[in-house]
Design a protein around this ligand. Structure first.
Ligand code: SF4
Length: 229
């Protein structure tokens, strides 16, 4: 593991978090879910497909998918080979095919074809773990039930000293204790945009970072930068 720079002396995370969110909101006013969807079922499907795949790739596949499969029952009744062929380019397509058909059956049999709005029910649906449930509850229903933790969120919350945990479940727990509930859905979108545009994994652009003075580790990571080509 690479050595880190000595942390700047800054106020505790709880005293910085509101300013961090305010500044990121100002820098990324359009930050929102980047998966295309028109209803909760479509977002659930798109989120299942986004595992190990970019949102951009998922958005290329879903127009064809959603034109062919419109309801939970449609997914329940899907021909596996036909469905797999449509979603093949998202990777892990056999597992995802099983998840989508299982999801369709679970919704049709247990929830009248609707996506449940309750975390414990949603996480019982095949293909939907807590992260997927957080995405759907927050973005399709406007319910702040948890904080989505992906690789950007994990990296940046570490750099900003908002958590010291490495396990996503524990990171989420730290963030839920730290961040006002009304920001639980928004925060990951802000961090994902920040991570793509500025706080990139290999070479964070700290010189243009809107939260530089709130970051204990500007210049992280302490790794050699790749030589300019
Ligand atoms: S100062 Fe650098 S490391 Fe810190 S949040 Fe900004 S871009 Fe990331």
């Amino acid at each position: 593991m690479s050595a880190r720079k000595t942390a700047r002396r800054l106020p505790a995370a709880g005293e910085r978090i509101e300013a961090i969110i305010t500044r990121l909101e100002a820098r990324f006013p359009d930050a929102q879910c980047s998966l295309d969807f028109a209803n909760p079922l479509q977002l659930l499907v798109a989120t299942i497909l986004s595992a190990q795949c970019t949102d951009e790739r998922v958005n290329k596949v879903t127009p064809v998918l959603f034109a062919r499969y419109r309801t939970a029952q449609d997914f329940a009744d899907a021909n596996p080979d036909e469905l797999a062929e449509i979603i093949r380019s998202t990777g892990f397509y056999r597992n995802k095919t099983r998840s989508l058909i299982g999801m369709g059956r679970a919704l049709a049999e247990r929830h009248g074809g609707e996506v449940p709005r309750i975390m414990d029910e949603l996480t019982q649906v095949p293909g939907a773990g807590r992260k997927t449930a957080n995405v759907v509850l927050g973005n399709a229903f406007g319910i702040d039930e948890g904080v989505v933790v992906d690789t950007h969120v994990k990296r940046i919350t570490h750099r900003l000293g908002l958590t010291h945990q490495t396990d996503p479940v524990k990171i989420e727990r730290d963030l839920m204790a730290l961040v006002p509930r009304r920001h639980w859905t928004l925060l990951p979108h802000l961090l994902i945009h920040h991570g793509r545009a500025i706080c990139q994994a290999r070479t964070p652009r700290c010189e243009i970072c809107p939260v530089n003075d709130l970051c204990p580790f500007p210049g992280a990571p302490a790794r050699p930068r790749p030589a300019a080509s």
